[in-house]
Structure formats: C-alpha cells, structure tokens
Design a protein around this ligand. Structure first.
Ligand SMILES: Cc1cc2nc3c(=O)[nH]c(=O)nc-3n(C[C@H](O)[C@H](O)[C@H](O)COP(=O)(O)OP(=O)(O)OC[C@H]3O[C@@H](n4cnc5c(N)ncnc54)[C@H](O)[C@@H]3O)c2cc1C
Length: 441
C-alpha cells in the first residue's frame, strides 16, 4: 500500500535522489518515501565518469564497493589535438588529498543499478511509476506544515520535506516557484560547435591504438570541436563479446541540427573530421585505419547552463506547507565538459542527509529559526559550488571555441606553450584537483 503521509518525500530516483535517500537513511531517518515517474532501468546512460570527491561521498554512506568493483579506475585524463597530447590531469598525484586518487569509469545506468542495489539492501523502496504533477500546502489547519503532493494517477501523499531530485525539468522546482537560469544571465551564450553534442556507444572494426593502462579517456580538441572517446568497463559493456566505446562529439555548426539518433555514418563523419588520428578511417591520417562497425545506442543534445535561484524554499507559515530542497540536475545543469554533472548531483544528495537530520532535531527542540539557518547555509554552499562548476565548464568551452577561431600559427604556438606547461607535475595535479571536486563538498 502506498503510504499517505511521510516526513521526507524524495521525488526522483536518479543518482541524486538515491544519494539523498542513502544519506538520510545513514543518518537514521526512516520515515522516507522515494518515488520515480518511470520504471527502473528505463533511463539511458549519460554520464561515464565519477570523480574522487564523489567516491569519497559514496564511501561515507557505504555505497562505494559495488561501484568500484564494476567500474574501471583511471589515473589520467588527457586533452590532445588530432595528432598528440597537449595536457593531462593526473589523478594519481592526488594521493595526499584522498583515499581515492583516481576517477572511475562506469556508465550511469550501472552506477544507478549499484546505488539501487544498496537501497534495496537497506530496505529503501522506490515507488514506481509515481509521477508528481503538483504540490500544494495541505488545507487542514492541523497539517499546516505539510505539503500535499499529487501524482498523475490521482493518488497523493502528504510530506513535511520534499526533496526535488527530479532532473532538469523539475516539477518540484517549478511548483515551489524557484527560477532556473544561466547564472551569467546570458541564455543566448554562443558555444559555437559545442552548442550541440552527438553521443553514441560503438564498436570499431579494430581496437583504436589510443589508450594505455592508466589512460582510458581521450578528449580531442580540433577546429573549435571536441571528440571524446572512452571504453566501457567489461563489466558494464552493452556487448560482452567485444570492446564498446562511448563516443561524444560536438556537432560543427555547418552540419546544422544533428539527427535525433545519429547513424554510424554520421558519427564516422564527425570522428574523421575532428577526432584523433588513431580513430580515423582515412589511411592518409591513420596507418591503421579503423571504422565504426556497430552502434548500440545514440542520441544528441543541446548544451545549456542553468542554476536554481535557491536550493531551499523555506516554509512560510500560513502560506506554504513544508520545506522544499533541490538536488542534482533539478538544481543545476551545464555542459558535460569535465564530467561533473552526475558527480555534483550525488554530492548534493549526500551532503543533504546530515543537514536534514539536524533540521529535524533542532525543530524538535523548538529552535525553528536556527534549524532553517542550517538549510540556508547548505543551500548557499551548494549554490556557490554549482555556479563555480558552471563557470568551469563554460571556461573549458570558451577554450574550444577560441581555438576554432585562431590563426593556425598562433594556435600552434599556444599548443606548444600548453604542452610545455602540461609537462610539469604541478599542472597535471592542479587540473586533476579541479576536476576531482576535492576541496569542495
Ligand atoms: C546526453 C547527456 C550526456 C551527459 N553526459 C554526462 C557526463 O559525461 N558526465 C556527467 O557527469 N554528467 C553527464 N550528464 C549529466 C548527468 O546525466 C546528470 O547530471 C545526472 O543524470 C543527474 O542526475 P539526477 O538524479 O539529478 O537527475 P536525473 O538523472 O535526470 O534523474 C531524475 C529522476 O527523476 C525522475 N522524475 C522526473 N520527473 C519526475 C516527476 N515529475 N515525478 C517523479 N519522478 C520524476 C526521472 O524519471 C529520473 O529518474 C549528461 C546528461 C545528458 C542528458
């Protein structure tokens, strides 16, 4: 029987919602309901990388072992032009900062499956399909601190705390009246070729000679474009008989709008045009030409940056019911540059657990204002963090866009300087530190 009332309702069982659920449970909060609009496993895989700070956060709620055993550890991530390396982030140099001096490659569906396994182990159920359509304060005087949350099926639930973990098009955020805009107030920002991305899971005619045992992600910068390639871990591959690669490519503006499901030929064209020589099908560029032979899945998407005006909507006595909190894509979206979205969302969720527990405890002591301050502080920190991640991804996109417009001799000079600086350990460590999310929460 679906419960009619709960202390905490989590809307959305993506990575951020599950992280919040595990963290609340870890804090001893048991009166908790998690709902999701779709059935388990129906989401497609998007993110591939989990950063060190997020591994630490997952470890803090005992949800890391399954993820580590399914994923592949990467010590370095490289940025290159079409022929050779320019700069790399070396996560192994972070050993003094973390127990996990690496990033983990694992497709998002597998990360979600591992988190769900942990939830089931802890006895936390996800109610599906329960799609939230609206949310209003309860009208009964004795329930003035509750929201009444309505589902598409006509059912409803009353809750004191509603956590919006329902992704970029969050109904919770919209119902709470929280705005969601580019922090620079510039929705029309031009990311050139990087405004659209085509993404596909593919197998090649032969294994491209581009990866080493430490380096399993390659990102190529070419004429204002980006091509990223990374092999699936064998435990999470869509095809156990061969190596499958995740391919992400920007779509050059002159190609117009990318198809909904880019074909093998379309992806091959992008790779031949802007990818590393080792992935090229052209014998003139690649002595061991490779072609995309099989495609398992593909899609395209548009790059957009937005951050919720606030992660917390306080209760307004007599006007609104309970408390609204946002985590994950419901609170921030940005380009996938640097693989930050999933990692940041999981950290939002996990960081919320102790704060919500303290809020409940303080209110039980009658310290309502002090309790709300805890949420305000948490929301301010998370907001600041999201704004800085958005700025980082925009800066990275800016480098790609500028590179595409540069005079070739100037570009060669810039790359030479970057290669020179990139040879220093401090540079490899700094880039890794920035990507890892360490030093932040
Ligand atoms: C094409 C693409 C590529 C990406 N690549 C990367 C990458 O390389 N690296 C990276 O870190 N990130 C990447 N991201 C971003 C990453 O996937 C997200 O940051 C991550 O999924 C956020 O998790 P979430 O739990 O906040 O939201 P979601 O994963 O969107 O989960 C939201 C959940 O809420 C449920 N829901 C929605 N509405 C309702 C409702 N009304 N009622 C009930 N449930 C609801 C949904 O069914 C879903 O399960 C990519 C995103 C896209 C689209």
């Amino acid at each position: 029987m679906f419960p009619q009332q709960t202390t905490v309702l989590i809307v959305g069982a993506g990575p951020s919602g599950m992280a919040a659920a595990l963290s609340l449970h870890h804090q001893g909060i048991r009166d908790l309901v998690v709902v999701d609009a779709i059935l388990a496993g129906q989401n497609f895989s998007r993110a591939m990388v989990i950063q060190a700070a997020t591994l630490e956060a997952l470890n803090s709620v005992d949800c890391l072992d399954g993820i580590l055993s399914a994923g592949v550890k990467v010590e370095a991530v490289g940025l290159r032009d079409t022929s050779s390396d320019i700069l790399s982030a070396d996560f192994s140099l972070l050993a003094g900062h973390t127990k996990f001096p690496f990033a983990v490659i694992l497709p998002q569906v597998k990360t979600e499956a591992k988190m769900l396994e942990k939830m089931e182990e802890e006895g936390i159920k996800v109610w599906r399909p329960y799609k939230v359509v609206s949310m209003k304060p309860s009208l009964r005087a004795e329930e003035e601190d509750l929201f009444e949350v309505q589902f598409e099926s006509g059912e409803f639930i009353k809750a004191k705390y509603v956590i919006g973990a329902d992704g970029a098009h969050s109904v919770v955020r919209e119902q709470a009246g929280i705005s969601f805009n580019d922090p620079d107030g510039d929705e029309k920002h031009d990311y050139g070729n990087l405004s659209q991305m085509a993404i596909a899971d593919v197998a090649f005619t032969s294994e491209p000679q581009i990866f080493t045992s430490e380096r399993k992600v390659s990102q190529t910068l070419s004429s204002g474009n980006m091509v990223l390639v990374s092999p699936f871990p064998p435990t999470a591959s869509p095809d156990p008989t061969r190596t499958v690669y995740r391919l992400v490519s920007s779509v050059p503006v002159d190609l117009g709008t990318a198809p909904h499901e880019p074909s093998i030929e379309y992806m091959q064209r992008l790779v031949d045009r802007n990818g590393p020589a080792q992935l090229s099908s052209d014998p003139a560029r690649n002595p061991n030409p490779v072609r995309i032979e099989k495609m398992y899945w593909s899609t395209r998407y548009r790059t957009r940056s937005a951050v919720a005006e606030s992660y917390f909507a306080p209760r307004k006595p007599g006007v609104s019911g309970g408390f609204v909190l946002l985590v994950g894509d419901a609170a921030h979206i940005h380009s996938p540059m640097g693989g930050q979205g999933l990692s940041l969302g999981i950290r939002d969720g996990i960081s919320l657990g102790p704060v919500l527990k303290a809020h409940i405890d303080r209110r039980a002591d009658g310290s309502d204002a002090a309790a709300d301050n805890l949420f305000e502080e948490w929301a301010t920190v998370r907001h600041k963090r999201a704004v800085s991640v958005v700025a980082m991804t925009k800066k990275a996109m800016g480098v790609f866009v500028a590179q595409g417009k540069m005079w070739p001799p100037m570009l060669r000079f810039v790359f030479a300087v970057m290669r020179f600086l990139g040879g220093f350990k401090f540079m490899k460590r700094n880039v890794a530190y920035k990507l890892s999310g360490l030093g932040e929460i």
